[in-house]
Design a protein around this ligand. Structure first.
Ligand code: Z5A
Length: 212
């Protein structure tokens, strides 16, 4: 490593928990404090694979459930070379959803187990910090109706939440639960504290491999 590496920071959470809002605020705050930072999001709908996923989420196409699961994972793997390059350059990556969403969403479907769903993402760059934005379904409902996309129903979101709870029991991942019912500034302050700790710790450590 020529310089101290950046940290890989992931935000996960249920629908409308404020992930995108907080990723943007975090990147802005880090940049303003002189720390190089960039935002990424999964799915990344800009690539060829991402466009297949986007059409599926928008219900413009149908894909077999295993197939779309593997496409979500491939969409992460295709970004790994550029992620590693940026982290090596000292850039902190703030990521809106990652492999945990992949495993939680597919394993909430009938006939899938969490173990199988995690397999395609084993070995991805391991986040230095994963913050789960916790918000009750009633509080999420106050933030507006569900959209038109696939998966945006309260029954499915409850099943996804349970899968996230199972994933959070894994001590090999640095999970932090954030109370997302606070106002936007309050949530941001908690996220900033955890992120600064992770950035300081990560700079002297090698990047790990997820679930290995
Ligand atoms: N998916 C999958 O199946 N497999 C995978 O591997 C991956 C994803 C990676 C992608 O959706 C879908 O793909 C997603 C999971 C699945 N399906 N679902 N559901 P996406 O990433 O394109 O969009 P999203 O993640 O569903 O966005 P979201 O959850 O709806 O929103 P959010 O990012 O958590 O929240 P937000 O956009 O920042 O805020 C929502 C609203 O709340 C907005 O009006 C804000 O102004 C407001 N807000 C935010 N924070 C607050 C606070 N603190 N107080 C009050 N109001 C607030």
């Amino acid at each position: 490593m020529a310089c101290k590496r950046g940290a890989l920071i992931v935000l996960e959470g249920v629908d409308k928990a404020g992930k995108t809002t907080q990723c943007k605020k975090l990147v802005q705050a880090l940049q303003q404090s002189g720390r190089p930072a960039e935002m990424m999001r999964f799915p990344d709908r800009t690539t060829t694979i991402g466009q297949l996923i986007s059409a599926y989420l928008e219900k413009k196409s149908e894909l077999e459930d295993h197939t779309v699961h593997l496409l979500f994972s491939a969409n992460r793997w295709e970004m790994v070379p550029s992620m590693k390059k940026k982290l090596d350059q000292g850039i902190t990556l703030v990521v809106d959803r990652y492999a945990f969403s992949g495993a939680a969403f597919t394993s909430a479907k009938p006939g899938f187990c969490l173990d199988w769903c995690m397999k395609p993402d084993v070995g991805l760059p391991k986040p230095d910090l994963v913050m789960f934005l916790q918000l009750s379904p009633s509080e999420a409902a106050l933030r507006g109706q569900f959209g038109e996309e696939r998966y945006e129903t309260s029954v499915f979101q409850r099943a996804v939440q349970q899968k996230f709870e199972q994933l959070m029991k894994d001590p090999s991942v640095n999970w932090q639960v954030i109370d997302a019912s606070q106002n936007i500034e309050g949530v941001h302050n908690s996220i900033m504290d955890h992120s600064l700790n992770a950035i300081n710790t990560a700079q002297d450590q090698l990047l790990g491999e997820l679930w290995k």
